[in-house]
Design a protein around this ligand. Structure first.
Ligand code: SAM
Length: 412
């Protein structure tokens, strides 16, 4: 079981695992990737942490493999933006206590220590924590960086923290359901007025055209070495498009301006709010094209807690899932942020440099021929799977040109 001891020496709180365990090579496929106000809630002793399920254990096991960390660290858009954000907020980090939720190899914890943090609690439930401790020792930072090998939900920290940093974003922002652990850390340890990096996140969707992709997987069967294999089409469509697909598209694939499905304020968001999200959307195609499906992507911002006059107002403006309450990218709420030139944004949008998250595509079995100015409308619901809360169930309703469709899918 995962440890929850509060004693540590040499900066490492572990479960007594030996290095042989760490070198276990029987890794499963790694988990797919490309993630205030400091109101304290009763301590964990009063509110028991959620159980660590077999799915959670498999999830943490997937993060013990070096490959996933290599991929994330080599994603320069991601890692450089976090590094820049730490440097930008160094005044809030210098001399302060930081918690790194899901430290992995320890890279963000080390950036914070080098930015002058007094102490960094680097927490990870995966065995990669053992490696993180070695990296910390090799960089002579054990006096500052305390690696805790365990779940954020289980470990104890003997003090409040000034800063929470975490790289928690999954595909379609919420796949992996790691944001819940950041919320737990916030509610357990963040001091009033503390800083959360990243501070805000926004999930977008837009209709797309992608003829090459459709031809490659579907039209191919119409003529195979001169043989009509169209009988394969229903199966080919099902296999290619039943589940969401992680791939990189460009701005040219996008038919019109994106729609904001969900805006998350990391200072105020609740775990409950993330269990199921529904948004109604309405697009007007800017061109005539074959409409093949929808693309989803996100961005995160690294700003302080107090952009808006009060958290309550923030919530009422951006926390609702009713489509009329969701700020469109051109609305005043978005402009307010965009005006702050200094706010760092990590974007996974199709028109931005690619990241390991790419974009998430939900293709239809049959494309729809849309004309310029044709309306595309419907709703999308994303819910944590009951079977495995780290998976996302997707329910998509879409109508255009007088026809309506429903698509059910699981991001697993
Ligand atoms: C996306 S990786 C980020 C690693 C590192 N921070 C980086 O930026 O390279 C997320 C890490 O969080 C860890 N993690 C996820 N949920 C956790 C939880 N509830 N408690 C502790 N660690 C967790 C995973 O094991 C994984 O190593």
């Amino acid at each position: 079981m995962l440890p929850s001891s509060s004693s540590y020496s040499n900066g490492y709180l572990g479960n007594g695992s030996s290095s042989e365990k760490r070198l276990n090579t029987s890794t499963k496929d790694r988990f797919k990737r490309g993630g205030g106000g400091g109101i304290r809630v009763p301590s964990n002793k009063e509110t028991p942490p959620p159980p660590c399920t077999e799915f959670d254990k498999a999830y943490f096991q997937s993060y013990s493999h070096v490959g996933i960390h290599e991929e994330m660290i080599k994603d320069r858009v991601r890692t450089d933006t976090y590094k820049a954000a730490i440097e930008q907020h160094h005044a809030s980090i210098e001399g302060k206590v930081v918690v790194d939720v899901g430290c992995g190899t320890g890279i963000l914890s080390i950036f914070c220590a080098l930015a002058g943090a007094k102490r960094v609690y680097a927490i990870d439930a995966s065995e990669i924590a053992i490696q993180a401790n070695e990296v910390v020792k090799a960089n002579k930072l054990s006096h500052k960086v305390i690696v805790l090998h365990g779940r954020v939900e289980d470990v104890e920290i003997p003090e409040g923290v000034d800063v929470i940093i975490s790289e928690w974003m999954g595909y379609m922002l919420l796949y992996e359901s790691m944001l819940g652990s950041v919320i737990t850390a916030r509610d357990r340890w963040l001091k009033p007025g503390g800083l959360i990096l990243p501070s805000h996140a926004t999930l977008y969707m837009a209709p797309v055209t992608h003829c090459d992709r459709y031809s490659e997987s579907i039209d191919f069967w119409k003529n195979v070495y001169g043989i009509d294999m169209s009988a394969m089409l229903p199966l080919a469509k099902q296999c290619a498009f039943e589940e969401p697909s992680i791939e990189t598209i460009t701005g040219e694939n996008v038919l019109t301006w994106p729609f904001v499905i969900k805006h998350v304020d990391c200072y105020t968001v609740t775990i409950r709010e993330l269990e199921s999200i529904t948004a109604r959307y309405r697009f007007t195609s800017m061109m005539q094209a074959l409409f093949h499906g929808f693309a989803f992507w996100f961005d995160v911002e690294f700003s302080g807690p107090a952009i808006f006059p009060s958290n309550n107002q923030t919530q009422s403006l951006v926390g609702s899932t009713a489509s009329s309450d969701i700020p469109s990218p051109g609305s005043s709420q978005r402009k307010k942020r965009a005006k702050c030139d200094e706010v760092l944004v990590l974007s996974t949008a199709p028109e931005e440099p690619p990241t390991h998250w790419q974009q998430t595509l939900l293709y239809f079995y049959e494309p729809i021929d849309v004309k310029q100015d044709q309306v595309i409308e419907g709703s999308v619901t994303m819910s944590q799977s009951k079977e495995n809360a780290r998976f996302l169930n997707l329910h998509l309703e879409y109508s255009s040109g007088g026809r309506s469709f429903v698509k059910e899918s699981v991001l697993r």
